[in-house]
Design a binder for this molecule. Structure first.
Ligand SMILES: O=C(O)CCC(=O)C(=O)O
Length: 312
């Protein structure tokens, strides 16, 4: 805010903090400013990393009503055509930022794509439009789709340490953004940063809604690494003959990727995988979160399989 030329009094007003606190912080390096206790550690780390990289960490939310002007039939097409699977609850330790993927089934279905291509042509065209309109330069930008079959389904409040652009299709549902409720409808697009968000249950809604979200790191403009998949030609030949080439390629890629050292620049990748010790807590108390940035073996295989299919 200081760099943007905003004066101390206005900073104090906008942040709802005493002027004395603003004065104390005024000449401090971002790294040395004490994190307010209501800011989760991993969000604080993301924000200071952004400041170090010269990227504004606060992304004001942007709502584009009816961004998809012709959304007729899109809900049905996505519901029928995307590879839905049972979603599971993920729990984030808000102190360490680590995410544990539980085996507890959530009430949603979800699916993920390692790029902005789903195979549904008109959806992919919209995703490209969002990429251009919102200057998404991260080559690792990827998709998470969530399907809420009716109003009994939800996603609990959580925060991401990256940016999101969420497209909505189907029934209108309340979406909370930093506790503020918004009604998101068919064709709407919401772009935001680290704001806490959720889709609460709405018992009165009988029909389905789905979201297609692009997730990306605003500071990443080039890939963290590149790699080649090596495969013994005899193995490849056998796999081709028995129709398992995609899978064999995917497994080889996942195995070779796993051994690679990645400089992820502090982004949350590969910290933790399945954890049998996580217990379910009372509904509403549980913090659910997404582990999209985490390269578990399962996810590596999933990515590699999709990449190998695209390359065929
Ligand atoms: O379905 C939505 O609109 C929200 C999805 C979401 O919060 C997420 O995938 O992290």
């Amino acid at each position: 805010m200081k760099q943007q030329g905003i004066g101390k009094a206005d900073v104090s007003k906008q942040l709802k903090r005493p002027e004395g606190w603003v004065a104390d912080c005024w000449n401090m390096k971002a790294d040395n400013v004490k994190r307010p206790k209501e800011v989760a550690k991993y969000i604080g780390e993301y924000e200071t990393r952004m400041l170090r990289e010269g990227v504004e960490p606060f992304r004001p939310p942007m709502l584009r009503r009816k961004y998809v002007t012709d959304s007729v039939g899109m809900y049905e097409e996505c519901a029928a055509g995307l590879p839905w699977r049972q979603a599971v609850l993920r729990k984030r330790n808000y102190e360490t930022g680590e995410v544990a993927i539980t085996k507890i089934e959530s009430n949603r279905q979800d699916c993920t794509f390692p790029t902005l291509r789903t195979g549904i042509t008109r959806l992919d065209a919209i995703l490209q439009m969002i990429k251009v309109d919102f200057q998404i330069a991260d080559p690792g930008a990827y998709l998470i789709c969530n399907w809420y079959a009716d109003g009994q389904t939800n996603i609990a409040p959580h925060q991401h340490d990256f940016c999101s652009a969420t497209l909505c299709f189907g029934a209108s549902r309340v979406f909370t953004l930093d506790w503020q409720p918004l009604l998101l409808g068919d064709g709407d697009l919401l772009v935001f940063g680290t704001q806490r968000h959720s889709v609460p249950k709405m018992q009165c809604v009988e029909s389905g809604r789905l979201s297609v979200s692009i997730f990306w790191y605003p500071e990443r403009h080039k890939a963290d690494a590149s790699f080649q998949i090596t495969l013994d030609p005899a193995v490849a030949e056998r796999a081709r003959a028995n129709g398992t080439l995609n899978e064999v390629l995917a497994r080889a890629a996942a195995k070779q990727l796993k051994g690679m050292k990645l400089d992820t620049g502090g982004r949350g990748v590969g910290k933790k995988d399945y954890d049998d010790d996580v217990e379910s807590s009372e509904e509403g108390e549980e913090y659910e979160d997404q582990a999209e940035g985490y390269l578990s073996e399962e996810r590596l295989i999933e990515i590699a399989l999709q990449v190998s299919m695209m390359e065929q």
